[in-house]
Design a protein around this ligand. Structure first.
Ligand code: ASP
Length: 439
């Protein structure tokens, strides 16, 4: 649909009546914003609770036959306050009572968790004068509880075609028999992406409490620049390394149909935010980077064996040891007579000695050395494709700070450079790389 925007608003954008009033202004300021996906009310301040968390708590208490009145009372008050403060002429108490009764009579965990989005959508539909369309009638899960993309697509297309403006609660859908199923936490992002693809909107806006992605973690770099545009592939590289703003699975539905995502800030709606664009989008300048992210706590297991590359089954045996111990490998840089396995330390825990022993038995290496406390940093950017001197700049920045690089890999797409350093050098390294490119 041309001239149609799907807009998803996160929990902090709908945490109370003041925030909801901002959301109304945003929606009314652009008539293309026709399909709105709300989350449940989030935290109003750092000490507050998300409604979804409170709902999970009610479910837990009820499932142990414990009284959940007090926790449910907090939820009731949040919705009642919103309705009163927005002067809404709806009896939200009726809905609240019905949900309470269902929890008392053993409603499922997913049903209970989804009610924050459900109630928020009812409120918004009244406040905006948009039609309420229940996600249970649009988002389809199959009998084994898996999301059914094709059946959903058909329903979204046929139902929304007839409705000019709708509010659709995020986070959940239903099986054919009506049983409510939720996505994983933060799943309203996914609902928004599914609806955007379903109606082929021109844009998917994701409204939150930050003005998009920053080039580096602001806890490490002072006032990092915002990222104006990022491709899906770059985002994958960055979010796998650091804290994502967007639910990872939300990218796929819109990526498939080439719909751009705009991450925007409800509190500063005039800021451009970050545009997530097609992988083929041109870049204005080369030799630049898009962002830097990283993760700490990896362990490197380096295995040396002369002529290992001539042994036909060496790698198979090595990988089999990891597979049977249920370990996934982050990276595997190698040289002619050695290979290093880079594995997140939390995965290894108590298994490390067993794995080393098994590698000794099956692969018969000359030596195995283990090095814990390694951090990985990804320098990501489509601006480095075919540009010369980007890695030189990264390495010079680290060398100037006396940081020792323990590993380097560059993806064949030339989209990223990954550097392994000591955990202790993590912050200094990120700051030094940022400085080298941005100052
Ligand atoms: N309310 C749900 C959660 O807290 C889903 C969402 O906000 O996207 O996880």
């Amino acid at each position: 649909m041309k001239d149609v925007i799907v807009a998803k608003f996160g929990g902090s954008s709908l945490a109370d009546s003041k925030q909801i009033a901002k959301v109304k202004d945003i929606i009314k300021s652009d008539s293309r914003r026709k399909y709105i996906i709300p989350s449940a009310p989030g935290k109003r301040d750092s000490k507050d609770h998300k409604v979804t968390d409170l709902l999970y708590m009610c479910y837990q208490l009820a499932s142990h036959n414990l009284n959940f009145d007090e926790v449910y009372g907090i939820i009731e008050k949040r919705f009642q306050d919103i309705c009163i403060e927005l002067s809404l002429d709806i009896d939200i108490n009726e809905n609240l009572l019905e949900i309470k009764r269902k929890i008392q009579s053993g409603a499922s965990k997913d049903y209970v968790a989804s009610r924050g989005e459900y109630l928020n959508a009812i409120i918004l539909s009244h406040y905006l004068g948009f039609e309420f369309v229940d996600a249970k009638d649009l988002i389809v899960f199959n009998n084994s509880g898996q999301f059914d993309s094709e059946a959903t697509q058909t329903k979204v297309q046929s139902k929304l075609e007839k409705i000019g403006q709708a509010i659709i609660p995020g986070f959940y859908g239903a099986k054919e028999n009506g049983e409510i199923i939720t996505f994983s936490r933060g799943g309203s992002d996914i609902t928004g992406a599914i609806i955007a693809r379903g109606i082929d909107s021109e844009l998917y806006e994701n409204w939150t409490d930050v003005s998009g992605f920053l080039m580096a973690d602001p806890k490490i770099v002072k006032d990092p620049k915002p990222i104006k545009a990022i491709t899906y592939k770059e985002l994958r590289e960055l979010s796998y390394m650091g804290a994502p703003v967007l639910h990872e699975e939300a990218i796929f539905p819109v990526r498939q149909s080439g719909i751009p995502i705009n991450i925007k800030n409800t509190n500063f709606p005039n800021e451009p935010g970050t545009m997530i664009v097609d992988d083929l989008s041109p870049i204005s300048s080369t030799g630049t980077i898009t962002g830097i992210a990283g993760k700490k706590d990896f362990t490197v297991i380096t295995i040396e064996k002369t002529l290992m590359s001539l042994e036909k089954d060496f790698y198979r045996k090595l990988i089999t040891v990891l597979e049977t111990n249920n370990i996934s490998i982050e990276h595997m840089p190698s040289s002619i007579d050695s290979v290093s396995l880079i594995i997140s330390s939390t995965q290894l825990n108590s298994k490390l000695e067993k794995i080393i022993e098994e590698i000794r038995i099956y692969c018969k290496p000359d030596s195995i050395i283990c090095h814990p406390n390694m951090a990985l940093i990804a320098v990501v950017g489509r601006g480095m494709i075919r540009a010369k001197g980007v890695s030189a700049k990264v390495f010079a920045a680290l060398a100037n700070k006396g940081i020792n690089i323990r590993m380097i890999t560059q993806g064949s797409s030339e989209l990223n450079i990954i550097i392994g350093i000591e955990n202790a050098d993590f912050n200094m390294a990120i700051a030094a790389i940022y400085e080298a490119f941005e100052n």
